[in-house]
Design a protein. Sequence first.
Length: 103
Amino acid sequence: MTSIGTIIKEIIIPHRKCNIRLNPEFVVLDDAHIQGFLLGTDYQRMYGIDIYNSKNRNITIGTNKEKKFSLEIYQICAQDPLEELLNEFRWASSALPSPVNRN
């Protein structure tokens, strides 16, 4: 696998009180195709993403564990690996988490 370079892409999960800003660094490979990316458990916990869900991934913002917001999975496929990686990031600027009703 040949590395083309790295991309640091700020991912913002917006909220009216406090945004969650993620700054993951991705290595772009010339001869590899991806279908998505995973954030490690330590990274998720550091940013307040609830990793103990049984069905869906949710985020909590601040210390209020009662308010949970859905963290949906996005998957985009393309032919070119660099274009595929760049397309994968396009959702970050427009994706808003939706509230999860726990009643």
